[in-house]
Design a binder for this molecule. Structure first.
Ligand code: COS
Length: 394
């Protein structure tokens, strides 16, 4: 039985509790889809399953939480608590289902926040229905953490921009229908000279040059832009506003990464508890050993603390606080690090079986790792938190 008591926290409304119950039921009904795994380990192994997950999540209305109500969504503006709950529950059942859900939101978040009416009307409803797949293309071979240093350029030519450069580790790269691409337009040096563009897959000059195989398979690619012509009307936000667009999008989605980590950690705790009760050692259940009890206690306490930070950040945003940068970073940092520790302990409790391919905790061990890196590595989150603290004192 999944942990539900946190739903009584004051961060949630009745609609959140209902949402969690409904998704839990859906996950049980769709168990076959959620336990399905890519059949092989190549870079494209997860493509088909991911497409299937997006289609199912869309058909059953879950992706409506990724866009605003005016364009096929549920809430008037993105409800971060709902996004977090959905990610936590999906991630507890299937990391790939969480990934499929999350990328629809991250890939269109900037359009929901900054897009013009035409772009929103054209792009958001099909993403909410799971008919189109979205992607967010920020990282580059030489600029992952340092966004202000990104090198892809977009040069104005008549009514278009010409994009040149490379993006890498792009989730959904290769299967996405469109990419939200950040490029240097040069209005000013550094972060003030970036802009965001919507680039449709198949636009001449956009090439998928490499599919990237990872520890836990999901669609990932390196993209190259060579003379890629994008109409100026496809810019998201104003010229030079790209850095702000990226940061504001990440402020919303970083707590949701923390939520996914909480979901994975809860799955690991469930597995650890089961093993502690079922496995006998020295003539008694494993869970009678105090060293095992200490692990379980630490896991549960850290998961609870992580969930508090995640839902605090989400609630803070939902109640209208304009910037939740510090709260979002704290939630992502603590939840992903705590989940990594909890999952590691679950593997330890499972012993040899814990590192056996196909066993749930082994899978979680591989799945959690990327969350400490993507959407801002733990080191970057610490930097952001510390800067905010230092700024506040002087
Ligand atoms: N919301 C709105 N504005 C923001 C912001 C936010 N979350 N974060 C920063 N800004 C503003 C700052 O207030 C500052 O404004 P001014 O120009 O008015 O002073 C400006 O943007 C520059 O901010 P800062 O000085 O902090 O920029 P830096 O280049 O030093 O650092 C970090 C920016 C490191 C925070 C940024 O590059 C980052 O988040 N990197 C990680 C990126 C990432 O997540 N990559 C993974 C790819 S997505 S899978």
């Amino acid at each position: 039985m999944a942990e539900r008591s946190f739903l009584d926290w004051p961060f949630f409304d009745e609609r959140h509790r209902r949402l969690a119950e409904e998704l839990e039921t859906w996950c049980t009904t769709h168990r076959d889809l959620l336990v399905a795994r890519p059949a092989h380990s190549e870079a494209t192994a997860a493509d088909e399953l991911c497409r299937k997950l997006v289609a199912r999540l869309g058909a059953d209305g879950w992706l409506r939480h990724c866009v605003p109500a005016a364009h096929g969504g549920v809430a008037e503006t993105l409800d971060v608590r709902s996004l977090c709950l959905l990610r936590e529950i999906l991630a507890r059942h299937s990391a790939l289902a969480d990934f499929a859900f999350a990328m629809q939101g991250l890939g269109t978040g900037a359009i929901s926040l900054y897009g013009g009416e035409e772009l929103r009307r054209r792009l958001l409803p099909p993403v909410a229905r799971g008919e189109k797949i979205a992607a967010f293309a920020l990282s580059e071979p030489e600029a992952g953490s340092d966004v202000a240093a990104l090198a892809t350029t977009a040069v104005r030519e008549g009514g278009d921009y010409l994009l040149e450069g490379e993006k890498t580790w792009i989730s959904n790269g290769g299967i996405a229908d469109h990419y939200l691409v950040f490029a240097r337009t040069g209005e000013a040096p550094g972060h003030r000279g970036l802009s965001a563009f919507l680039v449709e897959a198949g636009t001449p000059g956009l090439e998928i040059v490499e599919r990237i195989a990872t520890l836990a398979p999901h669609p990932l690619a390196r993209l190259r832009f060579r003379g890629c012509r994008v109409p100026a009307a496809e810019m998201v936000g104003a010229p030079g506003q790209g850095f702000e667009v990226a940061m504001a999008t990440l402020d919303i989605f970083r707590p949701t990464v923390g939520a996914a980590a909480v979901g994975m950690a809860r799955a690991a705790l469930g597995e650890a508890l089961r093993r502690a009760r079922e496995r006998r050692l020295f003539g008694a259940p494993l869970g009678d050993l105090q060293l095992i009890q200490a692990k379980l206690a630490d896991m549960a306490t850290e998961i609870e603390a992580a969930a508090l930070l995640v839902y605090r950040a989400a609630w803070e945003k939902d109640r209208g606080t304009p910037r939740i940068t510090r709260e979002a970073s704290m939630a992502k940092l603590f939840a992903t690090e705590a989940a990594q520790r909890a999952i590691d302990q679950a593997v330890q409790i499972w012993g040899g079986l814990g590192v056996t391919s196909g066993v749930r905790v082994e899978e979680l061990y591989r799945e959690i790792r990327a969350l400490r890196i993507y959407e801002g590595a733990s080191e970057i989150q610490r930097l952001i938190i510390a800067r905010q603290l230092l700024r506040a004192v002087g």
